[in-house]
Ligand binder design. Structure first.
Ligand code: URA
Length: 241
């Protein structure tokens, strides 16, 4: 059993303050009866809770897709500057969300945040080989030899051996653009791989993680909750491995 205000605020749609007001105004029903107080307890798994006549979809865990802008650290706290948590409203900040993996401060695009530790951990596990797709802009002309070197598995300057990776060249010239597909996540990996080929990255954006694609409707800096289908797909991905 949990407090009603906590259950309702956990959806991220209303703050605790707003939930209190909704309850006082009689707009929250539990199994058909108006809730008496924010402290009232209910079983979130079985109670039918409606807010303004709409049935509440309770989720034990929160999963958020963020379109990360440059300038934010993929951390929950950091003295060195704003973190991706600063892009979320206070009621979500209080839910104990953390980023699922890291994007560099200057990297943009798809970042998941959750408070479901186990699934997040499994998705990141090197044994899972979850695909990550990045769009990279580099200085220099990307060639078929670069793609072949990625496919063969690059060895970085410090001896780090990379798994075979995809390099799909979208445009080549004095500046080139390519899609890079990795099945692992070493520190600064895309930048280090392209630097190893003598083509330093000038811009990097993540577009996909497993079967989750960055929602084109999300502006930079915006977030949305994962849909039930997206979460189910993530869980299936995890089960299949
Ligand atoms: N590879 C990088 O170099 N940076 C990122 O942020 C992600 C992958």
């Amino acid at each position: 059993m949990e407090r009603l205000d906590k259950i309702i605020a956990s959806t991220g749609r209303w703050s605790r303050r707003e939930v209190k007001d909704l309850i006082r105004q009689g707009r929250v029903l539990v199994d058909g009866y108006p809730a008496a107080a924010p402290e009232e307890k209910a079983d979130p798994e079985t109670a039918r809770i409606t807010v303004n006549g709409e049935t509440l979809e309770y989720r034990r865990y929160t999963w958020v897709m963020l379109n990360k802008p440059a300038g934010y650290l993929s951390a929950t706290e950091d003295g060195r500057g704003p973190t991706v948590l600063d892009l979320l409203p206070p009621e979500l900040q209080r839910r104990g969300l953390f980023p699922v993996g890291r994007l560099d401060k200057d990297t943009e695009g798809l970042l998941l945040l959750t408070n479901e530790g186990r699934l997040a951990h499994d998705l990141l596990s090197p044994r899972r080989h979850v695909e990550k797709v990045y769009r990279a802009r580099v200085t220099g002309c990307l060639t078929a030899e670069d793609a072949a070197a990625f496919a063969a598995g690059l060895v970085l300057g410090d001896g780090t051996v990379c798994r075979p990776a995809g390099l799909e060249i979208l445009s080549a010239g004095a500046e080139s653009v390519a899609l890079v597909t990795l099945r692992e996540g070493k520190f600064h990996q895309v930048k280090r791989m392209l630097a190893q080929r003598g083509k330093p990255v000038t811009y990097l954006e993540r577009l996909r993680m497993g079967n989750l694609t960055l929602d084109p409707a999300l502006e930079r800096g915006d977030f949305r909750f994962l849909t039930e289908q997206e979460l189910e797909a993530l869980r299936n991905l995890e089960r299949l491995r």
